[in-house]
Design a protein around this ligand. Structure first.
Ligand code: TMP
Ligand code: MG
Length: 289
């Protein structure tokens, strides 16, 4: 069906279930499909040439807009909280308050920095952010088939939209829900808009009354892409779901986390910096092969 599923990076607990869901997605076609995806380390690359690529927060944190002292404090937060975020031995309940603490502390530091809206395009251009290989094909294919792409991100919405804009893939089929900045009339960052989205509240609690949920209710088939176990709740707000195929990028601490990822995601992609498998599935579902 999908030759890309033979790649060495692919792991599946139940290939039979994967086959069944992909067959259902193909049977129902493009009109019934929507894609829900995380951004950081899912659509963007985790690493390149042995170096880590930045998250949307890191693009800002590492930029010239942040003072040396601010940068150090943000880095300290990252080194303290990121291992907690991905710790396979802690429950989500334990992690949730700590993630709120991380996001709140990081956003408060950013608020002290006099960040200008007009600087965002340039710091994105100067950053080392990269989308996964074949991202352009992924975005263009969804756009050309009128398949809605809902990007649900605990990163920074203003930054990730600019990454997509510069890659020329911010098409009109995309809806983003993320942490957006609020600028004053001089264009200076003054606060972050509510609600705060962190890794472990990506669900309907932050999506209430969002018009996109209604717009998408006629599309009962979902392809869900994520890299965190918190990403699996991103489709919870969608009504009348029929078939969901989940694909998880396992980027870091692979051996320790493999078991949990295999239990949670239909398809696990280990250290795979490409969108090959996603595109392979889309081609099959869209009858392009
Ligand atoms: P997401 O990929 O689940 O949307 O989450 C965004 C990522 O951003 C998450 O993996 C943690 C990361 N992050 C930073 O890199 N720096 C920060 O200051 C914060 C708050 C989060
Ligand atoms: Mg992510």
């Amino acid at each position: 069906m999908v030759p890309e599923l033979e790649k060495a990076s692919v792991r599946m607990k139940s290939p039979e279930r994967v086959r069944r869901v992909i067959a259902a997605l193909r049977r129902d076609g493009a009109d019934k499909l929507q894609v829900i995806s995380d951004f950081d380390m899912t659509l963007s690359r985790f690493g390149f040439n042995g170096r880590r690529c930045p998250t949307s927060h890191n693009i800002l944190d590492n930029s010239r807009l942040i003072s040396e002292e601010g940068r150090k404090k943000l880095k300290d937060l990252l080194h303290y909280y990121y291992p907690i975020e991905i710790d396979p031995n802690r429950t989500v309940e334990e992690k949730r308050p700590l993630m709120i603490e991380w996001w709140t502390r990081a956003h408060n530091l950013l608020l002290q920095q006099k960040i200008l809206k007009s600087d965002i395009a340039e710091i994105v251009r100067e950053s080392e952010v990269m989308l996964r290989d074949r991202a352009t094909m992924f975005f263009d294919k969804l756009y050309h088939h009128h398949i809605p792409l809902f990007i649900f991100s605990a990163g920074l919405g203003d930054i990730l939209e600019e990454v997509l804009r510069q890659a020329k893939v911010l098409h009109s089929n995309i809806t983003v829900v993320s942490n957006y900045m609020d600028f004053d009339d001089k264009g200076v960052l003054r606060q972050f808009k509510e609600p705060l989205i962190h890794t472990y509240n990506k669900n309907n609690t932050v999506l209430e009354n969002m018009e996109h949920c209604q717009r998408l209710s006629g599309r009962p088939n979902i392809l869900l892409l994520g890299d965190s176990l918190g990403d699996l709740s991103m489709a919870d707000g969608v009504a009348n779901v029929e078939n969901v195929l989940t694909i998880g990028f396992l980027n870091d601490r692979v051996d320790e986390r493999r078991g949990k990822y295999l239990d949670a995601y239909d398809i696990v992609l280990e250290k795979d910096e490409t969108l090959d498998v996603v595109i392979g599935i889309l081609c099959y579902v869209l009858r392009e092969t």
